[in-house]
Design a protein around this ligand. Structure first.
Ligand SMILES: Nc1ncnc2c1ncn2[C@@H]1O[C@H](COP(=O)(O)OP(=O)(O)OP(=O)(O)O)[C@@H](O)[C@H]1O
Length: 125
């Protein structure tokens, strides 16, 4: 049976909706992780400070990028941890390296986010 253009568009829309549903499920799963909740709490506090100190549009763009970037990296870190645990539960140096590298990426970005946050907020105090 041949599908016409209209059918393939419907399938694309269904596939797109499924992708959003799976991604939404990923976000829900991420929030079960304690570290993700810490990032979310920090992001909420920084956003509240942003409202109090009336950040400019550009400053908001930077802060939102930093908050979302840190949380996105944490999600990738969690995904890597899960994938490593799926591959092996035994002690393997490569498994440890993979987890440590992923955690290092989060730490690096979070440190940069803190420094940039201080550069933005300190002159407003
Ligand atoms: N299979 C393994 N082989 C070798 N080292 C491992 C292994 N699993 C974990 N490790 C080491 O233990 C550390 C902690 O791993 P774990 O899976 O407990 O992450 P976690 O503490 O839950 O991380 P997070 O706090 O980000 O959720 C890793 O960063 C790694 O150094």
């Amino acid at each position: 049976m041949r599908l016409d253009l209209k059918d393939s568009r419907i399938f694309s829309a269904v596939r797109l909706m499924s992708s959003f549903r799976f991604a939404g499920n990923g976000l829900k799963l991420a929030f079960l992780e304690p570290n993700m909740r810490i990032h979310f709490a920090a992001g909420t506090i920084v956003s509240a400070a942003g409202l109090i100190f009336s950040l400019t549009r550009l400053e908001w763009c930077i802060i939102i990028g930093l908050i979302a970037g840190t949380m996105a990296l944490e999600i990738v870190n969690t995904a890597i941890e899960k994938a490593v645990d799926l591959v092996t539960k035994e002690y393997k140096p490569l498994a440890g390296m993979a987890k440590d590298l992923a955690a290092g990426a989060v730490l690096l970005y979070a440190c940069a986010a803190v420094i940039i946050g201080l550069i933005i907020f300190i002159p407003k105090l």
